[in-house]
Ligand binder design. Structure first.
Ligand code: IVH
Length: 666
């Protein structure tokens, strides 16, 4: 086959696999097979730039070229929807529509997706432009970033699409991705995204599309525009658009009566909690395009549609004081201390205030009555101040602190960042304790028996000042401490010694280098044989590793340029930690677990749960969630639940310890 044909065939295959995976949720090949094909295509395209095509599936990996966005004028203005909050307002909309049309009509009910809106332009079946809403008249050209979203087709299926049309929808960050992203940001002590909407719109505006690609955004399309649309029904048009390859939600219902509309609202107000993405209401649209035209638009919104917003759970309470937490890297987080208040089933006492700009934006004063919301989000936030209830006894204005409340150092705010930092890395107590807590945590060195309180006690008594001091502790020292018997002392020392077997990649993670999370640490351990190689690596070598960009590379260089960090590593080396990759790598692909369904349960020492999952898959097995008669065996760590054990016994399923499992593979 000639090269051109080969490239075209690979492109067509990959487009189809993308669609099966991201739109239909039904992959036909394994991730590895997909990656192999993509790499093959990338290599061919690199060797044959004459066959460049900006709709190739390889365009979805993004590029790291920075650029500012150009503005695009929308062909049809991007209006918003009028919001309603009660059944009475929905009834009003329905009756108004009835009166204006004076004929029978249908209302299409859909979810109101809570992300950021997007306009996509297709010409001859090809995505040519993607723009944000902007001011409604013109928005940012975010085509390169949008191309990285796998559920948005670059080329359409079939041949019955109009040659020119626009489709609008919502770009979303699924809850799972959002939570993982915030966990990573928490680890790096970067400001957290308050909700998936902010995360999605922040991501879409990133200058580096390869980071956008890594954030795994999704999109639902809900509005087709153009001169030659296939049907007069909005509902039918969306159904047809889904056959062209678009992801259209199947939560759509044509309703004739108000009762049907209310039933839909009531059902989805509850059921939406099980959806993978955030929603904040229901959109009601007159279904017939002819009738839509007849109803027309006001200056701000269509008369043929409204949004019914679900009630955001909100409470009013008093702000008593603002305290400041210092994290492991010195980042300062302001925390609002509130009069306890009931919200979405929990009592809220504290809410994050994120940063100085947010505090100033709220014009916050001590004693203010503030609105707290949890609208499906993880961290409660303060959304406003009830200024009308301010009186003469109101306290002083909240000004962000200038000095660290723990060590007194003057705080610094780096250019372009919203957070303040305490620069006193080696002597600020919460930074020291935070680094030790991270070091011993489950995904790092996994030293059991030590928790924040014990670390605090050891630190207060002057027994430890950094992580290397842990390896100098003795049973003699510990058994003398308050509330510590000889048994606990021995256990702690045993656990500390056991951590000397923790593999290289987790030791790298445990060091707590800024931006080096679990995944990056794994990548590093795959690329460098030992810590000395990493210590000597140049910026170029570091950025040549997949997923390591300038920011991470620079942070690694900074870490090793600090003498006290190098001395710390020398002491840890002396203590016997694994600063070398173990070559008898379990992750060599084998077939030893082929056909086996394995349940993982309990707490492990040598690898994390996620690593065991990976090991199982890489050796041909399948990790399953619950025990059934089809389970081959259970990989059991410590503290496996008694009910699982019981079930395994009844079904006669064998239980393998961590060591037995590793032996089986070695
Ligand atoms: S239709 C002319 N349908 O809500 C109005 N919008 O305030 C066209 N949205 O900007 C929009 N889910 O970002 C429509 N199923 C849905 C939607 C939806 C979310 C967003 C959209 C729009 C905003 C309106």
């Amino acid at each position: 086959m000639n090269i051109k044909k080969q490239i075209e065939q690979l492109r067509a295959e990959l487009h189809l696999h993308n669609y099966n995976y991201y739109v239909l949720n039904s992959p036909q090949i394994s991730d590895k097979e997909f990656d192999d094909k993509l790499r093959e295509l990338q290599n061919l395209e690199e060797a044959h730039p004459e066959y460049y095509d900006d709709s190739s599936p390889t365009m979805r990996v993004g590029s790291d070229i920075s650029k500012n966005f150009t503005q695009i004028y929308h062909k049809y203005p991007m209006l918003s929807l009028a919001n309603t909050y009660s059944e009475a307002e929905v009834t009003e909309f329905y009756e108004r529509t009835q009166k204006a049309l004076n004929e029978s009509f249908e209302i299409c009910c859909e979810m109101k997706y809570d992300g950021t809106s997007i306009s996509l332009i297709y010409e001859n079946g090809k995505l040519v432009r993607a723009a944000t809403r902007g001011d409604g008249e013109k928005g940012d050209d975010v085509t390169d970033n949008v191309k990285t979203i796998q559920s948005i087709p670059l080329l359409l299926h079939g041949n019955n699409y109009p040659s020119n049309f626009e489709i609008r929808g919502e770009i979303l960050m699924p809850w799972k991705i959002f939570e993982k992203l915030n966990q990573e940001r928490e680890f790096n002590e970067e400001p957290l995204f308050a909700n998936p909407r902010n995360a999605a719109s922040g991501t879409l505006k990133l200058q580096n599309s390869s980071i956008v690609a890594s954030r795994k955004l999704d999109a639902y399309l809900y509005y087709l525009l153009g001169e030659k649309l296939p049907s007069d029904s909005h509902y039918e048009n969306l159904k047809i658009a889904s056959t062209w390859g678009f992801k259209v939600s199947n939560i759509m219902c044509k309703c004739k009566t108000l009762q049907e509309i209310f039933d839909f609202i009531k059902y989805w107000d509850i059921e939406r909690k099980n959806l993978p993405v955030a929603t904040d209401g229901i959109v009601l649209k007159v279904n017939s395009l002819k009738q839509q035209k007849k109803l027309g638009f006001t200056a701000k919104s269509p008369r043929w549609a409204i949004a019914y917003k679900f009630q955001a759970e909100r409470a009013l309470t008093r702000l008593n004081k603002v305290t400041y937490q210092i994290g492991r890297t010195g980042a300062v987080t302001p925390v609002a201390n509130l009069n306890p208040v009931q919200l979405s089933g929990t009592i809220v006492r504290r809410a994050s205030l994120h940063n100085e700009d947010i505090i100033n934006g709220l014009d916050l004063h001590i004693g203010d009555m503030v609105y707290v919301e949890k609208g499906g989000e993880i961290i409660p936030k303060i959304t406003g101040v009830d200024k009308a209830s301010r009186n003469f006894i109101i306290g002083e204005k909240v000004n962000f602190i200038t000095n660290c409340p723990e060590c007194g150092s003057q705080l610094i705010r780096y250019e372009g960042e919203s957070a303040y930092y305490c620069p006193n890395e080696t002597n600020c107590p919460p930074q020291i304790k935070g680094k030790i807590e991270h070091f011993i945590s489950r995904k790092a060195m996994n030293i059991e028996g030590l928790g924040p309180e014990t670390i605090d006690q050891f630190y207060q008594l002057g027994l430890i000042h950094d992580v290397a001091d842990l390896y100098t502790l003795t049973v003699e020292q510990l058994k003398k401490l308050n509330r510590m018997g000889i048994k606990s002392a021995q256990n702690i020392i045993l656990e500390i010694n056991r951590s000397k077997n923790v593999p290289f990649e987790r030791v790298i993670f445990a060091l707590g280098i800024r931006f080096v999370g679990e995944t990056v640490a794994k990548k590093i351990a795959k690329s460098f044989e030992n810590i000395d190689q990493l210590q000597q690596a140049s910026l170029e070598e570091l950025v040549s590793i997949n997923e390591i960009g300038n920011k991470i590379a620079q942070s690694i260089l900074n870490y090793f340029s600090n003498k006290s960090n190098c001395q710390l590593i020398d002491r840890l080396k002396e203590a016997g930690l694994q600063f070398q990759r173990i070559e008898k790598n379990l992750k060599q692909y084998t077939n030893k677990l082929a056909g086996k369904s394995i349940v993982i349960s309990g707490v492990f020492t040598h690898h994390s749960r996620d690593e065991y999952k990976e090991i199982i898959e890489e050796n041909g097995g399948k990790n399953v969630g619950s025990i059934s008669s089809k389970t081959s065996f259970i990989l059991a760590g410590k503290n496996m639940g008694p009910s699982k054990l019981e079930k395994a016994k009844i079904l006669g399923i064998s239980v393998l310890s961590e060591d037995d499992f590793l032996k089986l593979l070695s």
